[in-house]
Design a protein around this ligand. Structure first.
Ligand code: ADP
Length: 246
């Protein structure tokens, strides 16, 4: 991943570039004032990179992640996913690109409440016009230790199980990029490390890029890059510097 201040030279793009921000910023109106949630940012994320984003509450992490995933528009700048610029796409095209390219693990949970875990995976296959891949589903469920939960509805799962089920659904379609917002917040140390390991494997074996917001410094050692964000300003960091912010 490369990250630059807006005034620096444009980062050169490569064939493995998955996500590109050019001068992207986000302001929210707040009464008579404006919250500068994300300062102008130019960065690229490449296939197979495991990137952690660390920062205090209110620093702009969710804003960054939701703009990356096209869930909200920036105030200015351009965002491209897989070489396609969001602002040039219709809502339908953007939704299709998001479905085929991004796996979300959101705090609000990306599970459909009235489908069992297995049905969520089948729905994904059906929407993608692909055959249900029972072997992949079983292998992911086993890796995440949720194989016994395949017939359960989200309401029947604990917080930690729900989080692992959401990760399973996000990984199932082999997305180009996983955007995960504190995906291990409800997990104990061993399960949290297990999830980091599964993400790391996806980056190596399937060249998935993973961008993971986390407060868990134990996971930073698994990542290729650590970014810190403070008052909306994103910068590359070392795991040691990031640990001080956690
Ligand atoms: P984090 O995820 O790091 O906690 P956020 O991206 O949620 O940070 O928020 C960054 C800043 O933007 C905060 O000051 C927050 O209060 C503000 N903010 C976020 N969403 C909105 C919104 N919809 N309207 C107004 N201000 C917002």
């Amino acid at each position: 991943m490369t990250i630059k201040n807006t005034n620096d030279e444009q980062t050169s793009s490569t064939s493995t570039e998955v996500l590109a921000f050019k001068d992207v910023y986000k302001d929210y109106p707040d009464g008579d004032t404006t919250v500068h949630a994300l300062a102008p940012t130019t960065c690229t994320i490449h296939a197979g990179e495991f990137v952690a984003v660390v920062g205090p509450s209110g620093s702009g992490k969710s804003t960054l992640l939701t703009i990356m995933g096209g869930l909200q528009q920036p105030t200015g700048g351009s965002v491209s996913l897989d070489g396609k610029e969001y602002s040039r796409m219709s809502r339908k095209e953007l939704a299709q690109l998001r479905f085929s390219t991004v796996g979300f693990v959101l705090q609000s949970s990306n599970l459909v409440p009235f489908l069992t875990l297995e049905e969520q995976l089948k729905l994904h296959s059906s929407y993608a016009h692909e055959k249900y891949d029972a072997r992949r589903a079983a292998s992911l469920m086993e890796d995440l230790d949720i194989q016994k939960l395949h017939g359960k509805y989200p309401d029947e799962l604990s917080g930690g199980e729900k989080q692992r089920a959401a990760i399973c659904v996000a990984l199932y379609g082999r997305p180009a990029v996983i955007l995960a917002d504190e995906p291990t917040a409800s997990l104990d140390t061993s399960r949290a490390m297990g999830v980091a390991d599964i993400f790391a494997q996806a980056t190596r074996r399937e060249h998935t890029a993973v961008v993971m917001v986390t407060h868990d410094e134990r996971l930073l050692t698994e990542c290729d890059r650590v970014l810190t964000i403070q008052d909306g300003k994103l910068q590359e960091s070392t795991p040691e510097q990031a640990s001080q912010q956690v």
